[in-house]
Design a protein around this ligand. Structure first.
Ligand code: 5AD
Ligand code: SF4
Length: 484
């Protein structure tokens, strides 16, 4: 139903149509202080007056990278500001998963080019930086820094360079073994936070730019992940999301824990009430993950398992390394679990050579699985990827038609699925308050948005947990009232 890039899962903002989103990024003063203050004593005095603005595009990995980049810049003595106009340094953390996302960054750069005359400097970070490299300087000559995600550890030196009026480039050659770990992560939410467990990707799906933009696969040790989880619990976090391009490929460099064991261990950290993980690859998705969800109550009953297509023929062309039947076997494990696991997926329509019959198989897969949410995208040709050499491109109008058909089919499925929750009572984490609707915004363990009313005497606090009885349903959200 949802057709968008990943952050919408997180924010619960469901957007129709095949668009990429920008995640406007700003650290709220109060939240930031909680994290900065304990560390501020070591902060360099080199740039005490320098300010920066950072806007993030793309997936949760980028959002979390930005939290680490902000922490690093603050450590270097920079101060984050909310507008481009207030900033000395303007940074874009970019996404190149589809062409539209990439174009958005160059439009943004063009919009603010005139500010160069005021001495402001521009930097491009993330996937477009890694993919385009020094070509960014040709396309946008006012940019002075280009840095891919595997080079963020070099940011302090790069900042010195650009301050000296030079250009700075940090690009990865797919050889790095390092993960970007900082003591200073400026998390934007004081209750829910990300932890990276694995970076990069070695899968090379035929359509995907990620192996070229995020370097080779490298896992963090389970000890460092658990240390970070405990630190977050000490700071009051109760909800943790483990992140990686493919979390199921996690290989503990210390050899202590499998992914499922790490998941369970994070779930057992004192104070942690919810643990999620994304993204999974069906080929590496083991039954032990489902067993862990069944055994450890803090693991959320939601799995995002991107399928991309319901046709084995097309999955083969996409180099996805599994068949429709193997994918459905994994779905069957989840449906056989004791807990009711909600399942969401990603689908690409209009991959080169996708026939009507292939597309019909994707639709029949939606009927068979009955997903709780589908993020659907029109195929977009990306640089360097194997699919570039494929013939039989599907015309844009036909891609759009298939996307519409798919979204409409999935909407019917979701209407029926969400309706079944009416009358049930479930726990939500309170995320905020919608002033216009006078409703609280909650998130269930199954990752559904559940908006609810509460009497003014028991008004819940953001970050707390509440029991809510479901009274109504929509295709993408539930409605309810708090139970005292
Ligand atoms: N074109 C369209 N969608 C893509 N995705 C990844 N690469 C492409 C592409 N070239 C989608 C996949 C993936 C999600 C994050 O983005 O569905 O799971
Ligand atoms: Fe976009 Fe992929 Fe890079 Fe995330 S990893 S920002 S989805 S290209």
């Amino acid at each position: 139903m949802n057709s968008s890039s990943q952050p919408e899962i997180e924010g619960g903002v469901l957007i129709q149509g095949n668009q990429d989103t920008a995640v406007s990024y700003s650290v709220k003063e109060k939240q930031a202080k909680a994290l900065y203050l304990p560390y501020m004593s070591g902060v360099s005095e080199r740039n005490p007056q320098k300010t920066f603005y950072l806007e993030t595009f793309g997936c949760q990995m980028n959002v979390h990278d930005s939290e680490k980049v902000v922490g690093r810049l603050v450590q270097e003595g920079y101060r984050q500001v909310e507008t481009v106009e207030q900033a000395d340094l303007i940074l874009y953390n970019t996404c190149s998963i589809r062409d539209k996302a990439e174009q958005k960054v160059f439009h943004r750069l063009a919009d603010y080019k005139k500010l160069q005359a005021q001495g402001k400097k521009f930097g491009v970070l993330g996937c477009v930086a890694q993919q385009e490299g020094e070509k960014v300087f040709e396309r946008a000559p006012h940019v002075s820094m280009v840095c891919g995600s595997a080079s963020y550890r070099n940011l302090p030196e790069m900042l010195v360079q650009i301050e000296a009026g030079k250009r700075a480039t940090g690009l990865d050659d797919r050889q790095t073994d390092e993960c970007f770990e900082t003591e200073f992560t400026a998390r934007t939410n004081p209750h829910r936070g990300y932890i990276t467990i694995i970076e990069g990707c070695d899968k090379f799906c035929a359509y995907c730019v990620v192996p070229f933009t995020r370097g080779k696969e490298r896992s963090r040790t389970s000890s460092s992940v658990l240390t970070e989880a405990r630190q977050m619990a000490d700071l009051g976090y109760t909800d943790i999301q483990l992140l990686g391009q493919n979390v199921n490929s996690y290989r503990d460099p210390e050899g202590k824990k499998t992914f499922a064991e790490l998941l369970a261990a994070v779930g057992e950290v004192l104070g942690i009430k919810r643990v999620r993980f994304t993204t999974s690859h069906p080929r590496d998705f083991g039954r032990d993950i489902v067993e862990a969800i069944d055994t450890v109550p803090t693991l959320c009953d939601h799995v995002h398992l991107p399928v991309q297509s319901g046709s084995t023929r097309l999955l083969d062309a996409m180099q996805r390394l599994y068949t429709r039947e193997q994918y459905l076997e994994r779905i069957a494990w989840m449906k056989a679990a004791k807990r009711q696991i909600s399942i969401t997926t990603d689908v690409i329509v209009g991959f080169p050579g996708e026939t009507e019959a292939d597309f019909a198989e994707t639709l029949s897969l939606l009927d068979e699985v009955e997903y709780d949410g589908v993020f659907s995208f029109k195929y977009s040709a990306r640089p360097n990827t194997p699919a570039l050499s494929l013939h039989d491109a599907i015309p844009e109008e036909e891609q759009s038609r298939r996307l519409e058909v798919l979204m409409s089919r999935q909407k019917d499925i979701q209407v029926a699925r969400y309706r079944k929750y009416i009358g049930t009572t479930t726990e939500v984490m309170v995320e905020g308050f919608n002033e216009a609707r006078r409703q609280w915004i909650g998130r269930t363990s199954q990752n559904k948005t559940l908006n609810f009313t509460a009497s003014s005497e028991v008004a819940p606090k953001p970050g707390s947990y509440a029991q809510v009885r479901v009274t109504g349903s929509f295709p993408n959200s539930l409605l309810g009232e708090m139970v005292v």
